[in-house]
Design a protein around this ligand. Structure first.
Ligand SMILES: [Cu+2]
Length: 162
């Protein structure tokens, strides 16, 4: 299946697959995006979190965490118990699909994560696990299957991946 998606992306659209994301967080406890989307053809996603505010990490820091939407509340609660030194995340929790460290104002951090455990069209959310932030700092994360569907429906092409 992964092979078919990669092939469809390469042979398809004229534009490159969108596999890079940049998200800003500020002192108002906000992300600058309510929804994020990457192409299903991306085997890896590179994400940069930039804290554009002035508050220090231990006062009003932010991180960026990816999980199934149904797991967000439980991860956030476990994160509060884990504490600042653990990045407000439960260590080794497999429900966490990707996570940055906590950054303070003026700082940025970049992670690269695999999409191997993500299902196109699945119900995922990104959020900040800093105590008190999660309800205000969360949004939908989507692995879009659009490109591969379009490529598979092109006339005159053999249908791959079925
Ligand atoms: Cu935050």
């Amino acid at each position: 299946m992964a092979w078919a998606l990669a092939l469809a992306t390469c042979s398809g659209a004229a534009h490159a697959a969108n596999c890079q994301l940049t998200v800003e967080a500020n002192d108002m406890i906000q992300f600058n995006a309510r929804a994020l989307q990457v192409d299903a053809g991306c085997s890896e996603v590179q994400l940069t979190l930039h804290h554009v505010g002035k508050m220090e990490a231990h006062v009003l820091g932010h991180d960026w965490v990816l999980a199934r939407s149904a797991d967000v509340a439980a991860i956030a609660n476990a994160g509060i118990a884990a504490g600042f030194d653990k990045g407000y995340l439960p260590l080794g929790d497999r429900r966490i699909l990707a996570a940055t460290k906590i950054v303070g104002g003026g700082e940025a951090t970049t992670i690269t994560f695999s999409t191997a455990n993500l299902v196109p069209g699945g119900d995922y959310s990104f959020f900040c696990s800093y105590p008190g932030h999660t309800s205000m700092m969360r949004g939908r994360f989507q692995l879009s299957a659009k490109e591969s569907l379009a490529a598979n429906h092109s006339p005159g092409q053999p249908s791959v991946g079925h």
